[in-house]
Write a protein that binds this ligand. Structure first.
Ligand SMILES: *[C@@H]1O[C@H](CO)[C@@H](O)[C@H](O)[C@H]1NC(C)=O
Length: 339
């Protein structure tokens, strides 16, 4: 009798344990519960979503970057303009215990009121970072990588710039498309005075574009998303194509006061020079390779679309306007960069 009771209690205990862990687990790591987000989002009226806050979508992949993620998430969560933070984990081989631990750490050490979730992506496709999500209840979304931390004031400034330009792509790290007259082909490059591409290191935009990118089933868009999957690169460039084609305007670059950029592994040698000018001299061969691959994407997207929608923008919008003079660049008056 006594034994039986003990046995019962052991089962009892195991039952409770299982319920508790599955409860905790289901609350922490969701593996994208929505099988058809485009269908669920079809009737969403984006313009009715709240526009006084943003949702941050951080792409995470590398386990070695987890300590940085901790710092990035707690920094964003401390801002009152952040409604929620979604960490989109794109590496399917990461053990679930690690993610569970990560989630615990993130929620434990984060200061603010922003809600935090960790989502295990269904695949490692780079397209899935742009999947629209019914849980995102803000008009604006900030797309960022796990390697860049921007100070809160600059984040809030970028958001104020977005509010007055809600159709544009807003970013801090920029690049350009160009046309190589000798090779007669499109290239990926950096110009000192103009830009046409915002990187996903920090990209602020209205959520509508996630839907445009992911849910457009036209043959062109399907083919271009396939190019992203095949090259395992260039989803950021494609987003720039999508938005520029839609609004017929280039992106807006905003200055940031403090940026910590640890460099994206995918961008190879690109990290660390966020806003600097042309450094063609002494480009490492890896960097040359990287630019070639990105140039090939531009060429391919241009071929599929049958046109070049990317447009140049000039100058940079900065917070401390008082210190800034106006410069004439390419016939336009813009705020001069301090450096
Ligand atoms: C969680 O935090 C603990 C204590 O700081 C640390 O030892 C551990 O590596 C962290 N784990 C993850 C996955 O973030």
């Amino acid at each position: 009798m006594k034994l039986a009771r003990n046995e019962f209690c052991i089962w009892c205990f195991i039952f409770v344990l299982i319920s508790v862990t599955s409860f905790v687990f289901s609350r922490t790591i969701s593996s994208d519960p929505d099988p058809d987000p485009c269908e669920s989002m079809k009737s969403i009226e984006f313009h009715r979503l709240k526009s006084d806050q943003i949702t941050v979508l951080i792409n995470g992949y590398s386990e070695s970057r987890i300590p940085l993620l901790q710092s990035i998430v707690s920094s964003y969560s401390g801002s009152s303009i952040v409604s929620s933070i979604l960490l989109l984990w794109g590496n399917p081989t990461t053990p679930s215990q690690v993610l569970d631990q990560l989630y615990q750490n993130l929620t434990q050490y984060s200061l603010g009121t922003a809600s935090i979730s960790l989502i295990q992506q269904p695949s490692s496709s780079l397209n899935s970072r742009f999947i629209p999500r019914p849980s995102v209840n803000t008009r604006a979304v900030l797309i960022c990588d796990d390697d860049v931390e921007i100070d809160r004031k600059s984040l809030e400034f970028a958001f104020s710039v977005w509010k007055s330009n809600p159709d544009r792509l807003i970013g801090t790290f920029v690049r350009s498309h160009g046309f190589d007259l000798q090779g007669k082909e499109w290239i990926y490059t950096v110009y000192p005075d103009k830009y046409s591409i915002v990187l996903t290191k920090f990209m602020l935009m209205k959520q509508d574009y996630l839907y445009e990118y992911s849910c457009n089933v036209g043959v062109e868009m399907v083919e271009m998303r396939k190019i992203v999957d095949e090259t395992r690169n260039c989803e950021d460039i494609l987003m720039n194509f999508v938005v520029a084609d839609k609004v017929r305007a280039g992106p807006i670059m905003v200055g940031a006061e403090r940026v910590r950029d640890w460099g994206d592994a995918r961008n190879e040698e690109e990290g660390g020079d966020g806003e600097s000018g042309v450094r063609e001299v002494g480009l490492s061969s890896r960097r040359v390779e990287h630019r070639k691959r990105r140039g090939k994407c531009i060429k391919e997207f241009h071929r599929v679309m049958g046109k070049m929608p990317l447009l140049y923008s000039y100058g940079k919008v900065v917070n401390s306007v008082g210190e800034q003079g106006l410069c004439r660049k390419a016939g336009k008056l813009v705020f001069c960069d301090r450096d």
